[in-house]
Write a protein that binds this ligand. Structure first.
Ligand code: PXL
Length: 260
């Protein structure tokens, strides 16, 4: 079972592609990684980003997929609309099943993307994804970006939808262009799963900790790993929520490790 992460590199390795590879390994699948951008950061401070040219991302892609048969992938930090466009073409070319983590802002506050990223995700990437895993702020942005689609009347009506409670999250999930889990870290631990229009709510206790750097990355890579091990989508999501919850509880993420 070989899976792939297409994401940015966080050298402190609590988030990004290094974290994804650790999660793949922990769940027992072989992980490969395509790097879209380098960052200089630790869990407290975000310094800067270096974009990888799209042609070089394509070369990485082809080199791995020439050698390995891969079905499930995740995408993380995409940085620019050009990269999103390229990745969505590659998903089509290689018939890949993608879980899209619509990464926009680092836990430490750094910008992980250029400005018009939500629009590009809605236009190119989400229609090709099997699942997206936004947190509440990311879902708000995606929902807003959906309003920019050609149906002007609809877009005007729905402008600025906020997610403040479970019902908002359910409503938002119905606007997102593929199956989704809107994660509950900013919503009292209420995770809203929408698979083919069917809603499942999984509530988790919020753990009081400053140890959350990379939880989103680890969630989406865990889902890919469980899918590769033949679990269905809902089961993969539920198992991954437990995996990340235990990771937070046991201090497996960047912030705590960096403090040791
Ligand atoms: O969790 C979002 C994320 C994704 N990718 C990279 C990151 C982060 C958050 O810090 O650094 C590279």
């Amino acid at each position: 079972m070989i899976v792939m992460s297409i994401a940015g590199a966080d050298p402190s390795a609590g988030a990004g592609i290094f974290a994804d590879l650790k999660t793949f390994q922990a769940i027992g699948v072989y992980g490969t990684g395509i790097i879209t951008a380098l960052t200089a950061q630790n869990p407290y401070t975000f310094y800067s980003t270096q974009e990888i040219p799209p042609e070089y991302i394509e070369e990485q892609f082809d080199s791995v997929l020439d050698a390995y048969e891969i079905e499930f992938i995740k995408t993380g930090m995409m940085y620019s609309p050009e990269i999103i466009k390229l990745v969505s073409q590659k998903i089509k070319e290689y018939d890949l099943k993608a879980v899209v983590d619509p990464v926009m802002v680092a836990t430490s506050g750094g910008d992980l993307t250029k400005k018009d990223i939500a629009e590009a995700m809605n236009k190119y990437l989400l229609p090709k994804a099997i699942l997206t895993t936004p947190n509440v702020q990311e879902a708000e942005k995606l929902t807003k970006a959906i309003l920019t689609t050609p149906n002007v009347q609809e877009a005007e009506k729905l402008t600025g939808m906020k997610i403040e409670n479970k019902n908002d999250a359910i409503k938002s999930s119905k606007k997102i262009r593929c199956n989704s889990i809107i994660t509950g870290g900013h919503l009292d631990g209420v995770n809203t799963i929408n698979i083919n229009g069917e809603i499942t709510i999984k509530k988790q206790k919020l753990i009081k900790t400053d140890n959350l750097h990379g939880t989103g990355c680890n969630l989406s890579s865990a889902i890919v790993a469980y899918l590769a091990k033949n679990n269905d989508l809902t089961t993969s999501i539920l198992k991954s929520l437990d995996y990340v919850y235990n990771g937070i509880k046991n201090g497996n993420y960047g912030t705590l490790i960096a403090k040791l």
